[in-house]
Design a protein around this ligand. Structure first.
Ligand code: GTP
Length: 415
């Protein structure tokens, strides 16, 4: 090697960020330090003068892993390369975790002359790694579902509670976006609010309806918060949720029980009265037509008497089904009493209401129950007059129904 090259190598060793120490190969005492660069001195706290001629055993201490040292010794004795990690101690007694790679150096005759050890203090890395593992274990132990996503909305962490609630294994959701759990129950406005809130650095809290792996839905009270990096830029989002399906299901059942007729699934009378009042108010304000169609099954008592109550119930359900599937989606069909139904038609002119009643009449007449056979329905139709109350409107529709019954049934009568 030329003098110039030698100078260059020396400069490289001295300026290296990695700690470099070179010992002789006399393993009877343990290899004495010949060269140590400034990074090594800074790491250990010893000066070159203090290290020179000494073995590196002085860096070992109570927590130094004996097994690693034994393996190191065997490797060096056999003149092999060694790589390993152990705890060493600085001059002031503080421990640090060091990673070594030690290369044996031989002379022209192949005789071992030195060992070059390149070392790195990885204490910070080990500490951060331990802390990360502890945090991951803590998140896993949390009973509430937690996920962390990156800015591309990809899931980078999901805890066990999340896996339990969704039915997905943790590794199945890593790399996916939360769109995987979309139920279709939320409109675009909901997601727009979510994105606006998070993009402006605010938390977003809402009750989400999500889809599990098996397709079933669950309800979660979810809080999503942005997490910022050291530069203050949003780098991740953490979502903590609480499965509230049981509560939502109970609330839903209670709401249904309060508003729905159990036999037919139509709006019940109590809820129907409220819907009627709301429709009447809208018609009043907007000046739009409001039609009320009262529909009653003809001779229903005879059906009960001849075929029994269960057959009567079946007919009620079938006719309710026909009514519901004959109207527009915005129309309201209610079970008003035993065999009497009310159809509320907002913004519906008389001709359209008459046409609808006729359509229903024909469909009911065409329907055959295996036991009961065919049955018919009669209608009374009233169109709201300006300023008319719901009671007065209903009374006129009911009177028209009475008229239809009196005139032979299976027909519509106009108020
Ligand atoms: N199966 C069954 N029957 C019911 C239910 N609610 C009321 N009813 C019966 O419906 C029948 C109604 O009889 P009516 O009011 O005399 O009327 P109708 O026999 O249909 O005669 P018209 O209306 O004049 O054609 C009664 O026998 C009630 O007991 C129900 O939920 N299920």
């Amino acid at each position: 090697m030329s003098t110039c090259e030698s100078r260059l190598f020396q400069a490289a060793v001295m300026q290296s960020w990695n700690a470099i120490v070179i010992t002789d190969a006399d393993l009877t005492v343990g290899g004495r330090v010949e060269i140590a660069n400034p990074a090594f001195c800074a790491m250990t706290g010893y000066t070159l003068e203090e290290l020179k001629g000494q073995t590196l055993k002085r860096l070992q201490g109570p927590e130094t892993d004996r097994a690693v040292i034994d393996e190191l010794r065997i490797c060096l004795q056999e003149g092999r390369f060694f790589e390993g990690t152990a705890i060493n101690y600085r001059k002031d007694g503080t421990p640090y975790t060091v990673h070594w790679s030690i290369t044996p150096v031989r002379d022209d005759e192949g005789k071992l002359t030195h060992f070059v050890s390149i070392q790195q203090d990885i204490s910070e890395h080990v500490r951060a790694d331990r802390e990360n593992r502890l945090l991951a274990r803590a998140l896993d132990a949390a009973s509430d579902p937690i996920i962390i996503t990156d800015t591309a909305k990809r899931i980078i962490f999901a805890n066990l509670a999340f896996a339990n609630v969704t039915g997905y294994a943790v590794n199945e959701v890593i790399g996916m976006t939360p769109a995987l759990f979309r139920s279709g129950e939320h409109d675009e406005k909901f997601y727009a609010e979510l994105h606006t809130s998070l993009a402006s650095g605010n938390d977003f809290r809402a009750t989400f309806t999500n889809r599990r792996r098996d397709g079933s839905l669950y309800h979660a009270e979810q809080s999503i918060s942005p997490i910022c990096d050291d530069a203050g830029r949003i780098s991740h989002y953490v979502s903590v949720s609480k499965d509230i399906s049981e509560r939502v299901d109970i609330e839903h059942a209670l709401r249904q029980a309060a508003t729905e007729d159990t036999l037919t699934g139509l709006h019940n009378r109590r809820h129907g009265e409220q819907l009627l009042k709301e429709a009447q108010r809208r018609a009043q304000v907007q000046g739009t037509p409001l039609a009320l169609l009262v529909c009653d099954i003809d001779h229903f008592k005879q059906i009960n008497d001849r075929f029994g109550h269960p057959a009567g119930d079946r007919v009620l359900r079938d006719i309710a089904h026909i009514l519901r599937h004959s109207v527009r989606s915005r129309d309201k069909v209610m079970r008003w009493g035993g065999e009497e139904f009310l159809i509320l038609l907002e913004d519906c002119p008389q001709a359209a209401a008459v046409e609808l009643a006729e359509r229903i009449r024909l469909r009911v007449a065409a329907h055959r129950d295996a036991q009961v056979g065919a049955c018919t329905v009669s209608f009374g139709l009233a169109l709201r007059k300006p300023g008319e109350t719901t009671d007065a409107l209903f009374a006129r529709a009911d009177a028209a129904l009475y008229e239809a019954k009196r005139n032979g049934r299976n027909r519509l009568s106009l108020a």
